[in-house]
Design a protein around this ligand. Structure first.
Ligand SMILES: [Zn+2]
Length: 314
């Protein structure tokens, strides 16, 4: 049974799932017009990370009038309901079953408070309640996790990266388990902390990858000639993992546009070269190191990494 119109039931279903709800005054009448069919939920991060992020979602930015999403998920796991009318959050993009470039009129936007860069600042209760909130909404809409939930980074054709640091396939699996049970009866497992051991299974390939990870985490003896110039050399020992992280932070930027700067609101020098506030450029090596750094700072899907490594050798 399809649902149409403004989701006035949001506060009730989320509360029934066991998530603390704060109703922001005026939420029932706020928005850029009315919803059409209720097709799902689009997940975001705020790219801020502070306790005032919700005010921007409510009031908007100089270039975009608020509200910018229906829901804000705070770091303490509580949820603020900003509005139930249409909000500007989806932008251009597509997802199976949703109208292309027009999702704002069909899906609920959740802005989760996070800086959005590694090392991730998600809290455990926030990630648990993110899943519970999505599940509560989709159960009411009669949608599965697979058809009803997308991350902005999956939907967007404009290069969005949010919500960053979250494996959305694992996220949907947990959401589906919550949907399949009565409200408030399932709490998904606590997420693994960032930087934990890179282990997804007990396959021989995983053991090999773990050994590589272990090796770069150990101090290595280096020749004396390098001891004055290498990063993280002390008493003749080099720590490769820490050294790579340092190089990434200090490398001379000279080529590609730095995505972290762009995320911080600086202008892309290829689009707006005369801006007084342009993003730095980085070298290719900085990007190789960035990928390495992300891999060691965050627990990753080792099967996928191994697949890429094998693919490169063929
Ligand atoms: Zn977004």
């Amino acid at each position: 049974m399809a649902l149409f119109g403004d989701p006035l039931w949001l506060a009730d279903v989320i509360r029934a799932e066991g998530v603390p709800v704060i109703e922001v005054e005026g939420w029932k009448t706020r928005g850029h017009g009315d919803y059409r069919e209720n097709l799902g939920v689009l997940g975001h991060h705020t790219a801020g990370g502070g306790s005032n992020d919700w005010r921007i979602v409510l009031n908007g930015r100089p270039d975009l009038e608020g509200p910018l999403a229906q829901i804000v998920l705070e770091k303490d796991g509580s949820v603020k309901i900003i509005c139930v009318g249409v909000a500007w959050h989806a932008g251009r993009g597509s997802w199976p079953g949703w109208p292309t470039n027009n999702a704002n009129y069909y899906v609920v936007g959740i802005e989760a408070v996070s800086r959005g860069t590694a090392p991730w600042d998600w809290t455990e209760i926030q990630l648990i309640n993110y899943k519970k909130t999505v599940a509560a909404i989709l159960r009411k809409m009669g949608k599965s996790a697979a058809e009803g939930f997308a991350g902005h980074k999956e939907y967007s054709s404009e290069g969005k990266i949010d919500p960053a640091g979250i494996d959305l396939n694992a996220f949907r699996r947990d959401v589906q388990r919550i949907i399949d049970n009565p409200p408030g009866t399932v709490t998904p497992p606590a997420p693994k902390p960032p930087g934990a051991s890179v282990t997804d299974d007990n396959s021989p390939d995983t053991a090999k990858l773990q050994e590589v990870f272990h090796q770069v985490g150990k101090a290595q003896r280096v020749r004396q000639v390098f001891q004055k110039t290498f990063y993280n050399v002390k008493d003749g020992n080099l720590w490769p993992r820490a050294g790579l992280a340092d190089i990434w932070n200090e490398v001379v930027w000279d080529g590609y546009v730095n995505p972290v700067d762009v995320l911080d609101g600086k202008d892309d020098p290829d689009i707006n070269p005369s801006s007084p506030n342009v993003a730095r450029r980085g070298s290719l090596v900085s990007y190789v190191l960035a990928i390495y750094r992300e891999t060691v700072l965050t627990r990753r899907d080792t099967a996928a990494i191994l697949k890429h490594l094998k693919g490169d050798q063929k």
